[in-house]
Design a protein around this ligand. Structure first.
Ligand code: URA
Length: 204
């Protein structure tokens, strides 16, 4: 590297700086009621990024995404296809602060939080992004629509593969594992994600 080129911070340092900046963020009204800003968990060098909607009560309490009941289900489902959410994925959300009563974040809140998400994507540079639920699809792509239609369809975005899936909180309310059920469909989607990751890792 030339002596004139500015030294860019290493990945962990850059993510620490991002987390510190998020901690001080007051770009929207959600800052007023949060306990913690919930930035991420997992492996910043993973090729898989998981993006959810926003923190719930447990996440707000602990300062980590997807650690409540829906996160535990997500972890178990990922594990069933050989993906460890902390080792093999970087997990985050569209909005970093809990919306009161777990309501859906507004368009303004999503837009206010977007620069943080864009930085996370740029720094982690995942090959595959799993979008958990319709709000994650709307927040990243601006596409509004029923997740039933969107899930299971690969999309390409900025050189990355995107896979929308049902949100795990929906799966908690729909416990059936029968063929064709939301849980069964999600399992197919996750197997597809696992195959894509294996493909991306394979030497050309
Ligand atoms: N639901 C989400 O979308 N994200 C979390 O972090 C927790 C629950």
């Amino acid at each position: 590297m030339s002596a004139l080129q500015p030294q860019l911070p290493e990945l962990p340092e850059a993510l620490d700086q991002l987390a510190a900046a998020c901690d001080g963020c007051r770009r929207c009204g959600l800052a007023a009621s949060r306990t913690h800003v919930v930035v991420s968990r997992g492996n910043p060098r993973a090729r898989l990024m998981v993006i959810g909607e926003g923190p719930g009560a447990q996440e707000d309490e602990q300062g980590q995404p997807f650690v409540g009941r829906s996160g535990q289900l997500l972890d178990r489902m990922l594990e069933s296809v050989g993906i460890d959410s902390n080792r093999d994925a970087y997990v985050c959300n569209i909005v970093k602060c809990r919306p009161p009563e777990n309501r859906k974040p507004t368009a303004l809140e999503m837009a206010a939080c977007r620069p943080w998400l864009d930085q996370q994507i740029q720094l982690v540079d995942p090959g595959v992004i799993l979008l958990a639920g319709a709000t994650a699809v709307e927040g990243l792509l601006g596409i509004k629509g029923g997740i039933t239609k969107l899930r299971g369809q690969w999309r390409q975005w900025e050189g990355r593969w995107l896979m929308p899936i049902f949100h795990p909180s929906y799966l908690l309310r729909n416990a059936s594992r029968e063929r064709g059920s939301p849980k069964w469909l999600t399992w197919q989607d996750l197997q597809d994600v696992q195959r894509r990751l294996a493909q991306l890792a394979a030497p050309l």
